[in-house]
Ligand binder design. Structure first.
Ligand SMILES: C[S@@+](CC[C@H](N)C(=O)[O-])C[C@H]1O[C@@H](n2cnc3c(N)ncnc32)[C@H](O)[C@@H]1O
Length: 278
């Protein structure tokens, strides 16, 4: 799958054993970490399969946590997931595309950012059945509003049912259609610089476009969170060059020099970058 496969044999074997026992596909996180190369030929490190060591000498012997399936299963046990979100997650798990929904720890981080910001006006690009948008709507004040954009009407029906069940429908403005068109029309309507928070979790080939549009809609000091910035580890693998990977890789690279925002890439879920408009 990636060059990471060749880098970290010790960790891989540990991972595979756990995955085999749990009867599920191998989790790619460990295999894709550049930080893993020091493990080659040092199988004593298998004694602690949760830790990998920086490959690049610039980082010294910096140790970072790698998420094995067991450790990953531990994370959600430390998330305070509201009952209604759990119900939605479990219902969605039976649907096609369920792997797309945000994880409980990611949704909790989004809700926390909204609360820290004191956000009232939010946007989500890529709603699916509504897990992350509901997490945000639940913490918005009664006067708050979330514009929820998605092109898939079937998924949106599930989302709307859950907004109703959770009693937050009055805070959510669902926009069914191509997200870039919805965002453009919001700009045309004079809504520029009026939003506090945005979350992007849709078409990966459109990341730069979504970012440019949202940068117009979000106020100075507002936050844009971009999901899937690690793209299952593919971004760090020079052998992977499909359109989505290239788009995210280019987006990440360009963001490094983008003086319009301050940034923080967080390796939660499939990677999220938090961008604060300057
Ligand atoms: C990864 S899922 C979103 C998951 C959601 N944030 C959650 O936590 O459940 C991506 C969604 O983006 C939507 N999408 C993809 N491309 C789109 C586009 N160009 N315009 C609008 N929606 C789009 C898909 O229909 C899909 O529901």
């Amino acid at each position: 799958m990636s060059t990471g496969l060749a880098l970290n044999r010790c960790s891989i074997s540990v991972c595979r054993t756990a995955d085999t026992l749990l009867n599920r596909p191998t989790v790619p996180v460990v295999r894709n970490l550049k930080f893993s190369r020091r493990l080659i030929g040092n199988c004593s490190t298998v004694a602690n399969p949760f830790v990998v060591v920086a490959d690049d000498d610039k980082y010294g012997n910096k140790q970072v946590i790698s998420l094995t399936p067991r450790l990953y299963d531990y994370v959600p046990t430390n998330v305070r997931e509201p009952k209604i979100l759990k119900q939605l997650r479990e219902e969605t798990s039976k649907l096609r595309g369920s792997q797309m929904q945000a994880s409980p720890d990611q949704a909790q981080l989004l809700a926390m950012l909204v609360q820290i910001l004191g956000a009232e006006r939010c946007i989500e690009v890529g709603v699916y059945t509504g897990y992350s948008s509901l997490a945000v709507a639940l913490v918005l004040p009664e006067s708050g509003c979330l514009v929820a954009c998605d092109r898939d009407s079937n998924s949106l029906e599930v989302a709307k049912r859950y907004y109703d069940l959770a009693g937050v429908s009055h805070k959510v403005n669902v926009k069914h259609g191509i997200a870039a068109e919805s965002l453009n029309s919001m700009i045309q309507n004079g809504e520029g610089s009026s939003y506090d928070f945005a979350f992007v979790d849709a078409d990966k080939r459109m990341y730069q476009d979504y970012f440019e549009l949202l940068l117009q809609l979000v106020r100075v000091g507002g936050v844009i969170v971009m999901d899937n910035v690690l793209w299952h580890g593919r971004v760090s693998d020079p052998m992977v060059n499909d359109a989505k990977t290239i788009s995210i890789r280019n987006f990440n690279k360009k963001l490094m020099d983008d003086k319009r925002v301050s940034i923080s890439m967080v390796s939660i879920g499939d990677g999220m970058t938090i961008c604060r408009k300057r």
